[in-house]
Design a protein around this ligand. Structure first.
Ligand code: NAD
Ligand code: UD1
Length: 347
């Protein structure tokens, strides 16, 4: 599917945080769909190599500006010097534990950064925005699957920053209903591009399950600690809605297309709608990699919930989007990325 609007004009999409994990995969899908893009990234958690590879995968070029979303002057000059039609906003800090020890850095980067971006958009009269939100805004849901109208809450500064931004965007839309805003609530993005050229490249020891498992399978880490085996789930371990990053990226392309046709502010869950336990993910990874993934049970991680999975119907009905890839694709693509690039972009 392609977007007529962007093909018929020279207008571009500004992608903040486009060098990162989800951003780089989304750049591939945007370029494949015929969009022109400018990436703004300060490379605080990524490398320019990802963007070189995005261009190599697609055979298309993109423009890269190294800079910070909190830089008013830079933002204003970007909007005055380019015909930008819309913004996909990935830039931000994302580690829950770090957000607890460095709350000010998180509020500054995520909340203040978004305010600076919105001010520049407003001045330039660019009012179409896709925002990277998270299923974390649902807190500990009272029931499953989770629909977009469930109550929201946050238990840590990272989650609170996402919730604050969602609320700021709601207020902005109340003040001026010509804004077109998508709040994309991601469940658990995993996997990598099937080419094995781009993927998740954590700076440090990974916090999230899939990159941790991948590093155990390749022998960089000894064993996985499974956080909790006494949850009220079918095998006692935590259950999550893992979604392939390529499916997630395609959700952004559909959201941009939808906003070109419809005004308003909309929340959409981007999830598969099925939950898998930690032990099921370990078994699937062992199967795909043919490598053992040793693990030990450890106490529950503070702040974790037992189970979380989406009701993805709204995105299907309104965006015509649904996740197509299953757990086998997620683990095999993630293993390909890890084994071909054992040290990520520094391999
Ligand atoms: P990532 O860290 O790989 O990508 C974020 C990118 O933003 C990085 O390239 C980083 O260098 C850049 N960046 C950070 N602060 C910046 C700033 N002030 N100015 C310019 N660039 C800046 O993370 P990701 O996994 O690709 O996540 C993208 C977005 O999706 C984030 O907003 C994250 O909170 C959100 N999200 C991620 C997940 C997940 O599991 N990965 C889940 C839910 C929501
Ligand atoms: C985490 C964040 C969430 C964020 C999301 C994406 C927390 C509490 N939540 O979600 O806010 O939006 O990442 O960045 O950090 N697990 C292990 N061992 C590990 C790592 C994880 O057993 O070494 C388990 C967890 O307990 C959980 C599952 O694996 O049951 C998934 O964990 P993870 O990948 O960190 O994602 P979430 O906790 O769902």
């Amino acid at each position: 599917m392609s977007s007529n609007l962007s093909k018929n004009t020279t207008k571009k999409i500004l992608v903040t945080g486009g060098a990162g994990y989800i951003g780089s995969h989304t750049c591939v899908e945007l370029l494949n769909d015929g969009h022109e893009i400018i990436v703004l990234d300060n490379l605080s958690n990524s490398s320019e190599e990802s963007l070189k590879r995005v261009q190599e995968i697609t055979g298309k070029t993109l423009e890269f500006v190294k800079g910070d979303i909190r830089d008013h002057k830079l933002l204003n000059s970007l909007f005055s010097n380019h015909e930008i039609a819309s913004v996909i906003h990935f830039a931000g800090l994302k580690a829950v534990g770090e957000s607890v020890s460095m709350p000010l850095a998180y509020y500054d980067n995520n909340v203040n950064g978004t305010l600076v971006l919105l001010e520049a958009m407003k001045q330039a009269n660019v009012k179409t925005l896709v925002f990277s939100s998270s299923a974390t805004v649902y807190g500990d849901p009272a029931s499953l699957p989770i629909s977009e109208d469930f109550p929201t809450s946050a238990t840590n500064p990272y989650g609170r920053s996402k919730l604050m931004i969602e609320e700021i965007l709601q207020d902005l839309h109340v003040s001026d209903n010509s804004w077109r805003i998508a709040l994309l609530r991601y469940f658990n993005p995993v996997g990598a591009h099937p080419s094995g050229r781009i993927g998740e490249d954590p700076n440090d020891i990974p916090n999230n399950l899939m990159p941790y498992i991948a590093q155990v399978a390749i022998g960089k880490l000894d064993k996985l600690s499974v956080f909790g085996n006494d949850y009220p789930t079918h095998d006692g371990t935590g259950v999550r809605d893992y979604i392939h990053v390529v499916d997630l990226s395609l959700g952004h392309v559909r959201a941009i297309e939808k906003l070109q046709k419809t005004a308003g502010i909309h929340a959409w869950n981007l999830g598969v709608g099925k939950g898998y336990s930690v032990l099921e993910m370990v078994a699937a990874f062992e199967q795909a990699s043919q490598q053992p993934v040793p693990y030990q049970f450890a106490p529950r991680r503070s702040g974790d919930i037992a189970a979380c999975y989406a009701n993805p119907e709204k995105a299907l009905n309104e965006l015509g989007w649904k996740a197509e890839k299953g757990v086998d694709d997620m683990v095999s693509d993630s293993w390909r990325w890890q084994s071909v690039n054992p040290n990520g972009y520094h391999s």
